[in-house]
Design a protein around this ligand. Sequence first.
Ligand SMILES: Nc1ncnc2c1ncn2[C@@H]1O[C@H](COP(=O)(O)OP(=O)(O)O)[C@@H](O)[C@H]1O
Ligand SMILES: [Mg+2]
Length: 241
Amino acid sequence: MNSPTAAIVARDVRKRFGAVEALRGFDLEVAPGEIVGLLGPNGSGKTTFIRSVAGLLRVDGGVERVLGRSPREAVAAGLVGYMTQTPALYQELSVQENLAFFAALRDVAGTAAAIDEALRVVGLAERRRSPVATLSGGMRQRVSLAVALLGRPPLLLLDEPTVGVDPALRREFWAFFRELAGQRTAVLVSSHVMDEAERCDRLALIRAGRVIAEGSAARIRERAGAADLEEAFLRLSESVA
Ligand SMILES: Nc1ncnc2c1ncn2[C@@H]1O[C@H](COP(=O)(O)OP(=O)(O)O)[C@@H](O)[C@H]1O
Ligand SMILES: [Mg+2]
């Protein structure tokens, strides 16, 4: 899978924040139509990697290509939807106004139709005039997801999208990610919850700024000789420590 049309190609990516090496030679590829999970503890570098793919930080070394372009070019071309770990919404603005703001920022074509579609998909069409401050936590997560979906970008970056989401909505989100993947959208989703990992096509286990194992959940368990992913993670962590 080394084609120029890979959704993400990252090779030996490095990023340092002062004394902290957040990414220490990070390698990953994601193909169109694939759901890849970044799985690792807090502080392991998931958000840093996602932000680099979203063109929001300059890496210190390595190569990153997003749909055959640099991350910034891909973002500027509207190819990347990003759901941040903490919802970056304007509380006083309505759902619709938030979407309109981000659509303008991202230069999304056919804004009104794109907003309608995103709202329909996350089931919030009836709350479009509600100020975000008046929504429940789950609804806010849906608005954040709707922002990422504006214009149906071929790459979705979802940073812990189901944190604080109830089980029913979580299942709905995953069904929806699967549907998008079926339409060739590439989905990179981070999580520190091991049980979500089973839903990904492929996992990258992250520890201290590096991918320490890659493959389906079943394959990783098998390779580590572990009953569950948590145990596999611990065993694999020890073997690279
Ligand atoms: N802007 C920043 N300035 C300084 N340190 C940062 C910054 N962003 C992340 N870090 C550090 O980089 C490491 C990786 O963080 P992060 O990518 O947020 O991990 P994760 O998303 O896996 O929890 C952590 O040690 C974190 O404190
Ligand atoms: Mg994070």
